[in-house]
Ligand binder design. Sequence first.
Ligand SMILES: Nc1ncnc2c1ncn2[C@@H]1O[C@H](COP(=O)(O)OP(=O)(O)OP(=O)(O)O)[C@@H](O)[C@H]1O
Ligand SMILES: N[C@@H](CCO)C(=O)O
Length: 288
Amino acid sequence: MTISVPATSANLGPGFDSVGLAVNLYLTIELLEATNHWHIEHDLGVEVPSDERNLLLETALQVSPSLQPHKIKMISEIPLARGLGSSSSVVVAGIELANQLGQLNLTGADKIAIATKIEGHPDNVAPAIFGNLVIANSIGGKTNHVTAPMPETGLLAFIPDYELKTSDSRQVLPNEFTYHDAVAASAIANVAIAALLTGDMALAGQLMEQDLFHESYRGKLVPEVAKIREISHAKGAYATYLSGAGPTVMIMMPIDKLTTIKSELEAQEFSGQLLELAVDTQGIKVVY
Ligand SMILES: Nc1ncnc2c1ncn2[C@@H]1O[C@H](COP(=O)(O)OP(=O)(O)OP(=O)(O)O)[C@@H](O)[C@H]1O
Ligand SMILES: N[C@@H](CCO)C(=O)O
């Protein structure tokens, strides 16, 4: 059996902690033979544990503590701590592993509730589970979500060479907002979401760049954002935003502008990778 889970790009500007998009990079785990001890084969480096301390197994055993140990092969195309939901992909895969091995018959609603409790917010785990664009919230332990198709858009991700852990990137955020600022910030988010849901990418893009919740505080952690925004706009992009907690910068544009924007950005020689992505429409995939 293999389980694959897509990468996710959270926030889309003002949808902080509540909006995310599934994209076509995958974490895949393959269940191998039953053994006496859990063991994960992977090439993600020595800092990623190969036993029960791995987030995959921590999650699976939290959901179902008496699972039969197995050998597992893990392959991830999702770069770690870059703002593309690597931790959520593992959490979601762990929940699905427990679901399959423990024959738990979890529903989508069960999975999002468990995953949100572990991650703390639903914006990455929800699209990792369901695919597409997902708008979700969680309050008092109750999670709500709405899935929607993403309007047609080209997608480029600039993935810097350096890591930025979500926990560090959340440290720079303010503890409080005034009532006035909170109303202004959520009004921007409301219009951005309405524009996304009605397929108006030009308006959505404008609002995505007016975020007041997080990007201005995090800008200094990702110095490339300003230049990428300037270049992309000069060539007709809809929007640029910090993907999740960063440092990846996502660029959305009309499809016919993608090649030009990509080559303009490549000419800058930023240290990192520029990847053309597509929306994942499936979420968790299990193959027997
Ligand atoms: N395949 C994996 N196996 C085990 N742990 C992983 C794996 N992938 C990621 N992690 C854990 O998740 C951490 C990264 O999580 P973090 O929330 O900081 O970033 P992210 O999920 O990549 O980005 P973001 O949440 O901003 O989209 C890694 O440092 C590692 O501890
Ligand atoms: N909404 C989260 C996503 C990363 O986990 C953040 O921006 O911190």
